[in-house]
Design a protein. Structure first.
Length: 178
């Protein structure tokens, strides 16, 4: 009987965002449930699908942007600890609620994706009395930003340059952080 109750209890799941790359909107909805709104983001570009959980209680501040043809994950932001990034590099990945020290203790430059480029190191890119923003992999096609308040990650963003911008900046188009 106790085993039945344990299996019936809801479990907290955490997903590395890499699983959303290339699987498409329907598969994401099967994993996470129906999003708050079903919208197409036309103010950014016509070739994207936005899956928006921003106002949900379960996944606050979470939105995903997929490239329409390839279903590549080209944008992601969250304020939810339900998601992590970089679990291939850091045990358990990095998630909202982790301390800045977790990021500071890792050498992003010397990962396969960091390519020994010092521009891919953890870097403070903006600071105010309210919060700090840090970036990693700033010289690659896909970069990550972290909003830090009182030494704790309160938000994460992932952004991929479009092909023209990536080529102009001499980014390796075949390389991926996952």
């Amino acid at each position: 009987m106790a085993v039945c109750l344990m299996t019936a209890a809801p479990c907290f799941a955490q997903w590395d965002i890499k699983i959303f790359d290339g699987i498409g909107k329907d598969a994401i909805i099967q994993i996470l449930g129906v999003p708050d709104s079903d919208q197409r983001r036309t103010d950014w570009t016509d070739d994207c699908i936005v899956i928006d959980y921003r106002y949900s209680a379960e996944y606050p501040g979470t939105s995903m942007i997929l490239e329409e043809e390839t279903l590549e994950l080209i944008g992601f932001n969250t304020e939810s600890p339900a998601f992590c990034i970089l679990s291939d590099y850091i045990p358990g990945g990095v998630k909202v609620g982790d301390g800045l020290a977790k990021l500071q203790s890792f050498d992003f430059v010397h990962t396969a994706y960091g390519k020994d480029n010092p521009g891919n190191a953890l870097k403070l890119i903006d600071s105010s009395s309210e919060r700090d923003y840090y970036e990693i992999y700033g010289k690659e096609r896909v970069s990550f930003r972290f909003c830090i308040k009182n030494g704790i990650i309160i938000g994460m963003d992932m952004d991929a340059l479009d092909q023209d911008a990536a080529i102009h900046l001499n980014c390796d188009m075949t390389s991926s952080p996952w």
